[in-house]
Design a protein around this ligand. Structure first.
Ligand SMILES: Cc1cc2nc3c(=O)[nH]c(=O)nc-3n(C[C@H](O)[C@H](O)[C@H](O)COP(=O)(O)OP(=O)(O)OC[C@H]3O[C@@H](n4cnc5c(N)ncnc54)[C@H](O)[C@@H]3O)c2cc1C
Length: 278
């Protein structure tokens, strides 16, 4: 249908980004192609060491899923998106396709071994998540391609992650956020993946924060080094949510908390986290 209807046609998933843009007249599609009529597009499956998410899997379904909770950072993300109404409609495929600079999923998937399947008239291809988001509101999707599945590898034993955001209220995007995925060997951090949200045009991988933890125990000293590196890596804009300086301090503080939770989860502790609300 997209090929037949031409450039003016847009896919409709949960409508939680597209409909507000249409109401503001920022988007004026000639046709809406409603994915909600295609059965079998909303699922969470485990398959040989990976979790597979259908494009129309709602944030609320991921929040409630015991399978998705095997990777606790996915639950942290889904449960913290906006409010119940938005989570009941909004989908993981729509969020990734939208590539909003403040969107939560991209930050979290940047710390995991994840892939996006893209389906078009020329067939299906698999894009590593690191290559999927190209810029603010820009993805690797080609004309007439859609997100057909999101695949996340279950992290190895001894792993734990956490995602924490600071929000002014529930139905708004975060002011800043931090995602951490650690693999621990005893007290030592063997692997670390760290991404920062809402402090750049896309999620920012804080490589120096990762390096500050890798091969080290989680101590006040390594936490401080990781937080300082995050502050340096952040590239925020001053806006109604706060000044750039404030967001740098905020993201470093969120990262420190997220690392502590991730390390506890990696040790097998059940730790519940909620975003921090002003
Ligand atoms: C009040 C409010 C607060 C919000 N707060 C947050 C927040 O805190 N964090 C957060 O991450 N998000 C937030 N959102 C956005 C929400 O997560 C949306 O669900 C999400 O951005 C878009 O998903 P959707 O399924 O609603 O997509 P839609 O709005 O239907 O579509 C979005 C775009 O993606 C395209 N599209 C949809 N599905 C596909 C597909 N499978 N393949 C290719 N293209 C596709 C559409 O054509 C459209 O261009 C908020 C939204 C609202 C209204």
């Amino acid at each position: 249908m997209l090929s037949q209807l031409g450039d003016g046609a847009k896919l409709l998933a949960g409508g939680q980004s597209l409909i507000p843009l249409m109401k503001l007249r920022f988007a004026n599609p000639t046709h809406l192609v409603d994915l909600n009529f295609i059965s079998g597009t909303s699922y969470i499956k485990e398959d040989q060491g990976v979790l597979r998410f259908g494009p129309l899997t709602r944030h609320a379904e991921i929040e409630a899923s015991e399978l998705a909770a095997r990777i606790p950072i996915l639950h942290d993300c889904a449960a913290g998106i906006a409010d119940v109404q938005v989570r009941n409609r909004g989908s993981i495929g729509g969020s990734l396709a939208e590539a909003d600079p403040s969107g939560d999923w991209a930050v979290v998937l940047d710390t995991l071994d994840a892939e996006v399947r893209c389906l078009g008239s020329n067939g299906e291809r698999t894009v590593p998540f690191g290559d999927f988001i190209k810029d603010a509101y820009t993805t690797a999707l080609q004309t007439n391609e859609l997100v057909s599945e999101v695949i996340v590898k279950v992290p190895p034993k001894g792993s734990g992650g956490a995602y924490l955001a600071f929000k002014r209220s529930a139905p708004v995007y975060p002011t800043a956020s931090a995602a951490v995925q650690l693999t621990m060997e005893g007290d030592v951090c063997k692997e670390a993946a760290i991404a920062l949200g809402c402090v750049g045009l896309t999620a920012i991988k804080s490589k120096d924060s990762e390096a500050a933890l890798r091969g080290q125990p989680i101590t006040d000293k390594t936490l401080t080094s990781a937080a300082e590196a995050a502050r340096a890596a952040a590239d925020p804009q001053s806006d109604m949510r706060g000044s750039a300086d404030y967001k740098r301090v905020l993201v470093a503080a969120l990262l420190t908390r997220a690392i502590k939770v991730a390390a506890r989860r990696a040790r097998g502790e059940q730790v519940k986290v909620r975003h921090i609300y002003a």
